[in-house]
Structures are given as structure tokens and as C-alpha cells.
Design a protein around this ligand. Sequence first.
Ligand code: PLP
Length: 477
Amino acid sequence: VINIDKFNIPIYNVVKKYIDTNPTAFHMPGHKLGRGIPAEILKNLAAFDVTEIPGTDNLHYPEEAIKEAQDLAAKAFGAKETFFLVNGSTCGIHAAIMTMCKKGDKLIVPRDCHKSVISGMMLAGAEPVYIRPEYMDSFGIPGTVTAESIERALEEHRDAVGVFLTRPNYYGICSDIEKIVSLVHSYGKIVAVDEAHGAHLSFCEKLPVSAMKAGADICIQSAHKTLPAFTQGAYLHVGSDKINIDRLKFFLGMLQTSSPSYIIMMLLDIARAVMEEQGSCLLERLLHNIDLFEEKVRRCAGVRLLKDEILKEGRHDATRLVINFHNAGITGFEADKILRERFNIQVEMADMKNIVCICTVADSSDDFERLYEGIKTIAPLKQSFNKPQDFKNDIIVPKRAVNLGEVLSSDTELVSLKDAAGKASWEMITPYPPGIPLVSPGEVITEEIIKIIFNIINNGGKINGIYDNMKVKIIRK
Ligand SMILES: Cc1ncc(COP(=O)(O)O)c(C=O)c1O
């Protein structure tokens, strides 16, 4: 018997400390600290961590159980073919882009795409054509990507291979996929969808339509974000013959580990079964709990909810709660802190104006009750709210100095941010949240961007791509 009491095991210690407080978890993974996983499965879970032995099949050459599980998933999600991913949507997005694009090919992407879309284009040597999502000033977040903006890009870049849409975005905003699919297909191009936040959409008629149902050619979903699946578990669905399956298999084989976790794969299969058998009923119950919660929150002065009505186009996924405290005179960061420290509630993310909660079939009515108790207390508090000076709310796309495909073979240098104007960035510089890059690899850092970065940091925001003592990595000439 191993006695762990005297071990120095920091990761175990921090996670144990967190879960021992029995928190209310409005963050991923979607199983919510195991609560959404059938108890039978959790018993003796470690013993299921096996490998490729006779009878357990092989993710890279599936013929038996893994093939059957992937076929069942394809049927449940309405795909032609489904692939299980054990390295999150990230590796599926990389493989999808490398399948679609050869060196120098253009890909139309929204500026607020996840960093894995950028790194996928770097790996493929593809060149981005950025489109701006609508910016929602009152929430300070990116909104829908309109069909009109995509059409403009398609007209200007007739040689693009297709569009890589992010839908839903982090805030649950779902662009009008049906309109976009029919538009992009009318140009004979591919529609790929980063549906990392939308694995649950297939299972309830009341939610926005899923990418597969809307006719997308390929989509990637992080099962671990919104379904009762384990972290890193994701699906890649192929919806049409426009995707070269042999090329896709080659890249998945290259990008995924040769020792895939059977626990992750098994949970992908179980999450599919749970949703297929009971998803509609469980999601209806979740939507009912959210309705009751929102009805009460609407009575809290100064608190706003993100709903369909304020979108220019498309719909909002009602399971993604975006609660805005701006008019209550409090930042999302402050609301997040109060919920954690006073109510033992951990949300998914906070920004200047909002908190974001990921709600899944594993949440109970009590969870929403506790969240309401917290919100009700926060609303009248009015904290030390400093409205950020000149907070940049427009989406900018700086000039490009080095092609994305060439960035990987460039040398880098760490320089002070204040001396970086005019230099090409080696990395993405992204305020997180909301995750819209201010600068992407190969683009030129400007004085204006430097001012925005200092402003965000001085106002308590966080920025990825900034190193100690306000340094940035640039491309050395
Ligand atoms: C929009 C979007 N796409 C892709 C990803 C990557 O997903 P994963 O963490 O499963 O690799 C994320 C992760 O946060 C995301 O928000």
C-alpha cells in the first residue's frame, strides 16, 4: 500500500483542495467534477486505462470496438464519418486545416478564431483572410460572423479554399450557419466549423442547429467542454465528400499520440450514448432550470443577460450564460472573485463586463439556485469600478510583414513592448478573454496596439503573448 500523506505532490494537492470545498462548478469539463458520469463507470476507472492489446482495437487503424464506437457517434451526430480525438479539438483543427490547405492556400477565418486555427494554418503553410465578427459593444465581446462579411471575402478572394468558422463562439453566439453553408457552397468552397463549444447542439431541437445538420463539410467538437466527457476528448465529424479522408487520416495519425487514452475514448463513447438516449430530456431540463434562473436574474438591477434579441444575425446558445454587470458598476473580474470567495462558485471565465458560465446536463437546479443567490448579492454592491480609459473595442487587423507560413522558420527575439512598434510579432498577442488577437504572428505591432495592451493590463486584464517585464517576442530581421 502506498501512503501518499508525506509525498510532495503539488498537482494532486491543489486539485484536492479545490474539490474538497465541494464547489458549484460552472466551468468545463462538462461532466462537472464527475457528477455527470454514470457512477458505475467511475468505480475502478483506473483499471480501464489499458492499451492496444488483442481485442481492444487501435485508434489509428480501427476495425473493431473503436470503429463501432466512431460509427455510432457518426450516426448520433449526423456525420458521414467520425473520428475520436484524444488531444482536444486542437489536434482535430490542425488536421482539418492541413487536410484542406496546401502551402500558400488561402483560408477565410474570423479574427476571433481560437489560436489552434492560427497554429493549424502555420503548420499547413496556409494564409489567413481575416473577417471581422460583429462587435457587441454593450458586452464588449465578438458577436456573429455575418454571411455578408463572408460573401465579401469570397468575392475578394476567389482562390480561397474555404471558410473556417468558429461557431458557437466562447460566448455561445452562433452565426447563421445554414445561410453561410449555402453561400459558401454556392462558391464551390469548403465550410469547416470549429464547433468546440457546440457538441451538445445535436441533441435538442430548441438549441441552434448543429454544423453537421446544417450541411457543413467538416466540424470539430470538444466533447469535454459541453458533454459529460473527460478533458481532451473531442470528435471530428466529416459531413461531405469535399474532405479528402485519406489525407485527414494521415494527419490525424501524425498529430495524435500513438498511445491514446482508453479512458478518454471510452468516455467519448459513453457521452455519445448518454446524449443519444437521454440528451433531449436532460437538455430540456437544463433549459427549464436556466429559464427559471434568468427570470429571477432579470429582476436584479443593473444585470443583463445575453439573449437572441441583441444579435444582428444568428442565435445564442441558451446553455452558455453570459451575465453582464456593466450597468451595476462592477467588472466581470470583481463579480467572479465575489462568487468564488463568498459563494464557492467557480465560473468558466470573466472579463471587463461579464462572467461566462458553461451549463451542461450535469448541472442541477440547486446549482442555479446557488448562482442566483450570488448574483442577487453582487448586483447592489458597486465595487471600485474604473471604466478603462480608451478601452479598444474595435477589431483591428494589423498589416502583415511576414507570411504566416514563413513565421515558423524565422528567428525570434524578446524585446520590450514599448520598443516594439514597427516590428513583426512572432506570436499571437491576445487579451484573454475575449480572445481576439490584437496581433497575430507575422503582423506588425503599432504604437496604437502598444497603448491598448498597457491599458488592458493596467485595468486588470490578462494578455497572452506578453512576457515578464512587458516583453514581446518579435521576428528577428
Ligand atoms: C473556440 C475554440 N476552439 C478550439 C478550442 C480548442 O479546444 P481543445 O481545448 O479541446 O483543444 C477552444 C478551447 O478553448 C476554443 O475555445
